[in-house]
Design a protein around this ligand. Structure first.
Ligand SMILES: Cc1ncc(COP(=O)(O)O)c(C=O)c1O
Length: 392
């Protein structure tokens, strides 16, 4: 299955709705990416850094204790938490930094929510000798302090954004503004969102997750998984996993959004479950909007998931019916965080715990020969301050 259509569109979603000055910069980026894609040395350098610096391929782990606990299907994890810097974000950060280098840029700008993309950007900036500035909502600076410390140690300037809800949307606003104002900079966008060509670039760099997972699963089980599941914030870890399985019709694919305090309370960030088509940050997708049509205030316990938009390819995949999107609450994610930690000795990120929570509901309904593959997008070290008061 392909989601290609009009350039930069996935069905009716995607595109580029930006001022002309910014469009010129995006056109340059698109041209550079098209050239890089057809240059074997670019792919070679990307793949060699993924292997030798990130530590890929990341493991595929079967969780036998969890499967035994629920007494139903078998659970497998794609271990993006084991990557250098602790999440899937580094895959895309390396790809885009190589692109920046190719374009002769020496200054990176990034936004971050949970701080994992900010840390990945700070890391590649150090590796490649570039200056890096990360915009982060002031609320997120407070709730993801370990990652703020890591960025500073790596030599990156972290700018706390005090506008609006002081979270991911405002960080993207500030990063886009800084990028537009300074032609010397490269905007290293951290999720499969934004104007064309970002959703395609991020999907391509993250698709290593799905490619590896598919071949690892076949090698181990001589079969495909029955389910492939990932959490959806902007949608980069999910589209990276899903890309490997979209053509395998027998694999059911599920994206899990943050239902926060419950969809009925309005305090959530379940964009595909409760939003409507609109434009946000220069692209068309599902958006959670308020009465004035502005992006709504959103909420999730997880700093990496509280964004009122979602990647346009996910909007297309929802409408086409190929992928199902559902949501789980904060409490369900916290329970999953605790259960995986205690039963398997693996501490997941709060973001990834949303995908786990859905899998934990699914497993007891399956037979013993059915399999669920969850993308464990990151590790939970950064979430200790949030989680400790909530678990005994
Ligand atoms: C570990 C982890 N998983 C998932 C996400 C959500 O982002 P995306 O939907 O782009 O994968 C984040 C964002 O910060 C993250 O840190």
């Amino acid at each position: 299955m392909t989601t290609k259509g009009k350039k930069g569109y996935f069905g009716e979603y995607g595109g580029s709705f930006v001022p002309q000055a910014l469009q010129i910069r995006l056109d340059e980026l698109e041209k550079a990416y098209d050239e890089a894609k057809s240059d074997p040395s670019f792919k070679e350098e990307f793949m060699s850094l993924l292997k030798e610096y990130v530590g890929r391929p990341s493991a595929l782990t079967e969780c036998k204790n969890i499967s035994h606990y629920f007494g139903g299907g078998r659970l497998f994890l794609k271990r993006e938490d084991l990557n250098h810097t602790g999440a899937h974000k580094i895959n895309n950060a390396i790809g885009q930094a190589l692109l920046a280098k190719r374009m002769g840029k020496t200054e990176l700008i990034a936004e971050t929510g949970a701080g994992m993309h900010g840390t990945a950007s700070a890391t590649v900036a150090a590796l490649m000798g570039m200056k890096c500035t990360v915009y982060m909502g002031a609320l997120d600076v407070a709730r993801q302090a370990p990652n703020v410390a890591r960025m500073k140690v790596l030599g990156t300037e972290v700018i706390a954004v005090e506008d609006g809800q002081k979270a991911l949307k405002e960080a993207v606003d500030a990063a886009l503004k800084a990028f537009a104002e300074n032609p010397e900079t490269f905007y290293l966008l951290g999720s499969a969102v934004g104007p064309h060509p970002y959703p395609t670039i991020v999907r391509d760099f993250q698709s290593i997750i799905g490619k590896e997972a598919r071949s690892q699963f076949i090698e181990r089980e001589q079969n495909l998984p029955d389910y492939a599941v990932a959490c959806v914030g902007g949608g980069s870890n999910a589209i990276g996993l899903f890309a490997g399985f979209l053509n395998d019709r027998e694999v059911k694919i599920v994206g899990v959004e943050p239902a926060g305090k419950g969809l009925a309370t309005g305090e959530h960030a379940a964009t595909l479950s409760a939003g409507h088509p609109s434009v946000i940050h220069g692209f068309k997708s599902y958006v959670l909007s308020d009465d004035q049509g502005e992006p709504a205030e959103v909420y999730s316990i997880s700093a990496g998931l509280d964004y009122p938009g979602v990647g346009p390819e996910h909007a297309y995949l929802k409408d086409s019916g190929r992928v199902s999107y559902t949501s789980v609450t904060d409490q369900e994610a916290i329970n999953a965080f605790k259960l995986l930690s205690r039963k398997e000795g693996i501490i997941p990120a709060l973001e990834s715990s949303h995908a786990l929570a859905y899998a934990f509901k699914l497993l007891p309904t399956l037979s013993k020969d059915q399999t669920v593959l969850v993308n464990l997008s990151g590790r939970g070290d950064k979430d200790m301050d949030t989680i400790l008061p909530l678990i005994e």
